[in-house]
Design a binder for this molecule. Structure first.
Ligand SMILES: [Ca+2]
Ligand SMILES: [Ca+2]
Length: 230
């Protein structure tokens, strides 16, 4: 009897220490590769690791003083149109667009879609965001799940552990309103120069860059939770 009790206690402790991983569907579809297929092709099998979803809601610049710049590059898209950007700080509901992506498939490496975000443009920690849609019609999601409708987690994160991109993060977004098919490859973005709001598994070295932050001036209609808007 005593042994059973000890075993139960151990199981309880182990489960509280388990990672908080948002479930995803990694199956390849007829027309679309699954997220692991995308990551394998971009970075090589076994060269990346999943980041705990407890740590990918809020983000900081690499530097402890919160200075520097972050670099973003679109890698893959499986939606008609998406705009990647950020929300400054932890509370602001103003979406700041960085770049837009249209079409399906892998980004052309010879014509990269990139943006740079300097630390003086944000309050730290900040959140990433994506607007899926055209014009004013679409859905806006935040990396902070609590900001989204029903607190749904629309972004899972990976970190590159080997190769030339080691240290970079990969943000993988799901566009479905209620998480849809949970394939999390509707927009895939590589990010350098930031750390997730938790212990990084790789030391990240930011590359110097100085490109002005662009603004697309999009009107936004979204699924952001009303309570935080007002
Ligand atoms: Ca997440
Ligand atoms: Ca999807």
């Amino acid at each position: 009897m005593k042994k059973v009790l000890v075993l139960l206690v151990l199981v309880a402790v182990a489960s509280t220490a388990m990672a908080d991983m948002t479930p995803l569907n990694s199956q390849n579809k007829f027309f679309e590769p699954g997220i692991y297929n995308v990551l394998d092709r971009l970075y090589g099998k076994d060269n990346y690791t999943r980041v705990d979803d407890a740590f990918d809601n809020l983000w900081n610049y690499n530097n402890a003083e919160g200075i520097g710049s972050a670099q973003f590059e679109a890698k893959f898209s499986a939606v008609g149109a998406a705009t990647f950007g950020f929300f400054s700080g932890t509370e602001s509901m103003k979406f700041n667009p960085l770049f837009s992506v249209a079409g399906f498939g892998y980004a052309n490496p010879y014509k990269p879609i990139t943006a740079v975000l300097d630390s003086d443009k944000t309050e730290d920690p900040f959140r990433f965001g994506v607007f899926f849609g055209f014009g004013r019609l679409g859905n806006l999601y935040s990396s902070d799940a609590e900001q989204n409708f029903f607190d749904l987690d629309h972004m899972v994160t990976f970190q590159i552990t080997k190769g030339k991109d080691a240290g970079a993060y990969v943000l993988a977004w799901e566009d479905g309103r209620c998480l849809g098919d949970r394939d999390y490859q509707d927009l895939v973005i590589q990010v350098n120069g930031v750390t997730s709001n938790g212990p990084p598994s790789v030391i990240v070295v930011p590359a110097p860059a100085a490109v002005a932050l662009g603004s697309l001036g999009l009107g936004l209609v979204g699924w952001l939770r009303r309570g935080r808007v007002l």
